[in-house]
Ligand binder design. Sequence first.
Ligand SMILES: [Zn+2]
Ligand SMILES: [Zn+2]
Length: 195
Amino acid sequence: MKSLDDVVEFHGHICPGLVLGYRVSIVALKKFGDRAEDEEIVAIVENNSCAVDAVQVVTGCTFGKGNLIFKDYGKQVYTFIKRPSGESLRISVKWESPQETEEEKEMWEKYIRGDRSEDVLKAVHYRKSRKIDSIIHAGDEELFTIKKVRMEPPEEAEIYPSIRCSLCGEKVMKPRAKVRDGKIVCIPCFEKDIK
Ligand SMILES: [Zn+2]
Ligand SMILES: [Zn+2]
């Protein structure tokens, strides 16, 4: 099982979003067992925040393997689908960050106006660690609404042959190739204005 340290190493820093994504992933793995070596689990993520990096590292649902599907809804919702059964888990984040003090609000205002003085940085950093701490110590039921659902697993990623674009000469996977003036071209060449 990947640790929070592994996740931080991949992501580059620790932040509340990443820790939430880590907790989401642990719930998914508790339900489905092992990390996906191949495409046994598919994740549908409804945002592209820091959390998604944790999902990739911990669950093995990755952009490159094609078993991470991004829906640009701006929602903190993560659905995991087991192949081939279609058994699924929909995890929606309901966690609320701890109440900010007046002073913290003020410091945050200064921070977003570009103030990087020692006091401001200290306050912002402290606020961030309080959030992270709260997420780490909360129970699953405080963090998430978890629903068992059943979904049709998406098709497995297919491997397509490449063909060459007749304009730039670069390779393009066949289903993305276009035809322009009777010639096979890639999308950027297709969309480029030809003088
Ligand atoms: Zn982050
Ligand atoms: Zn081209």
